[in-house]
Design a protein around this ligand. Structure first.
Ligand code: R5P
Length: 285
């Protein structure tokens, strides 16, 4: 088995190759002066099962993935598994307004053209994977997030909304602490109250979990409200730290005590590794 590392996921691919004890093959990816992607896999042949680790976000990484699939097949791969730590475009999983594409479907369909298995982590909508014809699996980061916080003294786990309550329950149950979701209540035309739906967080060490942080707006507002309401500390952990613009600075200079994410997107706070989670799944076959 070979691990091919795309440019989006160098550290994760390296960890995965160590966990699975199989060779790591690097793809050298550059851009032509006009911006087009050029990639070359550093191998003469790959006549075995091949795992490509690469995100499909932002757009350049998606194109790189298509090129890697073709290059790997050209080198004789017996099977191709795509490990897509962060699957881009999963939010547009249906047509919300007439005239829109189903972006997630079209991305999946194109990736599906040359692969034998797909592994994603906390994809925004699991239904997106049904667009793949090959075997597919979405892994949950809750166990590794819970492991990270096991000795960090958390009293309650919250999700930013009721829709994500399952993730807070999963992490909370693993830590042996209660969970709840945050609820926005409009107090007046200009005032909104954000508070846990059922629990009082006064004096509590709170952990908010979410699948992704993009601008950080949701979490900054929630952390501010929780500290105002008397929480002793507020930490946040998400699976995908998308962190657009200056979101990391915004979060670290807010009322939050800790900001963590998994290494599905590699950045300065991606200290929770999903490598063993992926390795266990691949070992199981
Ligand atoms: C929403 O469905 C997601 O789970 C996140 O809560 C959302 O994307 C966060 O966005 P932002 O960081 O821009 O507030």
């Amino acid at each position: 088995m070979f691990i091919v590392s795309g440019s989006s996921s160098r550290d994760l691919a390296k960890e995965l190759s160590l966990a699975l004890d199989c060779p790591l093959i690097k793809a050298s990816t550059t851009r032509f002066p006009d911006g087009e992607c050029y990639t070359r896999i550093d191998a003469e042949s790959l006549e075995d099962d091949v795992i490509i680790v690469q995100n499909t976000y932002p757009d350049g990484n998606l194109v790189e993935m298509f090129l890697l699939q073709d290059a790997v097949r050209g080198l004789g791969a017996k099977s191709i598994t795509l490990v897509i730590p962060y699957f881009g475009y999963a939010r547009q999983d249906r047509v919300f307004k007439p005239g829109e594409p189903t972006s997630a479907k079209i991305m999946a369909k194109h990736l599906d053209m040359d692969c034998d298995r797909v592994i994603t982590i906390d994809i925004h909508k699991e239904s997106v994977l049904d667009y793949f014809t090959c075997p597919h699996e979405d892994l949950k980061a809750a166990p590794v997030i819970a492991d990270y916080f096991r000795d960090r003294r958390i009293d309650i786990v919250l999700s930013p909304d009721i829709g994500a309550a399952g993730r807070a329950k999963d992490v909370g149950d693993r830590l042996g602490v209660p969970h709840d979701h945050l609820q926005k209540t409009r107090l007046s035309g200009t005032e909104v109250r954000i508070a846990p739906a059922h629990f009082d967080c006064t004096g509590k060490r709170v952990l908010i979990v979410d699948d992704m942080i993009s601008t950080g707006g949701t979490i900054v507002a929630a952390a501010f409200a929780l500290r105002e309401a008397g929480a002793a500390s507020v930490s946040v952990a998400c699976t995908h730290g998308v962190f657009v613009n200056n979101a990391i600075e915004k979060l670290t200079s807010s009322s939050l005590d800790a900001v963590l994410c998994c290494n599905t997107l590699e950045n300065e706070v991606s200290n929770i590794s999903v490598a063993n989670l992926i390795a266990d799944t691949i070992r199981r076959g």
